[in-house]
Design a protein. Structure first.
Length: 237
């Protein structure tokens, strides 16, 4: 019972993939409740697939996944997955985060509008509210997408590379918001190539070729030996 309360997601011997191709091979791991968990690994190691399984978008082909969340997960996709041609503003993008509560055709309430404003303010995109998403820089667009995820007020927030490739200011802004959400009781899971972001997480899952290489506190998982073994890096920068 105690274990169940402390664990948000339990993966047991999990296999998953696309069509006939298996990407995740027998992963047994846990994501603690509250706080930030970083999912780390080289390109193609299965990080996004793991997030998709956690989101319920990809079904396991073997083993099990157990989530102990009351609400529908909030998912923040990679910003490259959002078309430049999408004719919506930052404010509309963030307001879509409230659709899970109202449905797309229902009017948003005053509380919804307040949450949308607050989330834009937290991510520093209030000034960009009327701008079209497609005309923003990568960092601005990413902050708008994280604001949308936050606006869903889920107890499980899943993000695919929210800080990878951004400048220091955007990375710091997003990391601070995720840290705060985790401290406030949200279970935050982010797939990332940003080793600084991974090191400041509370928990870390390290994937290599669809298998779990290690899990635990980031400092014990992202050791120079593990990084050298998996990426061939001489040391953590
Ligand atoms: N929708 C899909 N259909 C078929 N194969 C897919 C799909 N998405 C991912 N894959 C394959 O699954 C494998 C793992 O991909 P995944 O995106 O989960 O890895 P990743 O660790 O997130 O990689 P990256 O760091 O490059 O984002 C890759 O071989 C990829 O080609």
């Amino acid at each position: 019972m105690e274990q169940r309360d402390e664990t948000a997601i339990t993966l047991h011997g999990l296999f998953a993939g696309y069509g006939r191709g298996t990407v995740l091979h027998g992963i047994t791991a846990r994501v603690p409740r509250s706080g930030v968990t970083a999912v780390v690994g080289p390109n193609g190691s299965g990080k996004s697939t793991l997030l998709s399984v956690a989101a319920g978008v990809v079904a396991p082909t073997g083993g099990s996944v157990r989530r102990s969340h009351a609400r529908r997960p909030a998912v923040v996709v990679q910003r490259s997955a959002v078309s430049d041609a999408l004719p919506i503003t930052v404010e509309e993008t963030v307001a879509m985060g409230r659709w899970a509560h109202r449905g797309p055709w229902r009017r948003l309430t005053k509380r919804d509008h307040r949450i949308v404003m607050e989330c834009m303010a937290h991510l520093g995109v209030l000034d960009l509210a009327p701008r079209r998403l497609g005309e923003l820089s990568g960092g601005q667009r990413q902050r708008a997408l994280v604001a949308q995820g936050l606006a869903q007020e889920s107890d499980l927030l899943l993000l695919d590379e929210p800080t990878t490739g951004l400048d220091a200011e955007a990375r710091e802004r997003i990391s601070a918001v995720l840290d705060r959400a985790g401290a406030d009781g949200t279970t935050v899971v982010q797939a990332t190539h940003d080793l600084e972001a991974a090191m400041r997480a509370d928990h870390c899952l390290l994937l290599a070729e669809g298998r779990l290489a290690a899990q635990g506190a980031p400092a014990s998982v992202l050791t120079p030996a593990a990084l050298a073994g998996i990426w061939g890096l001489p040391r953590l920068r």
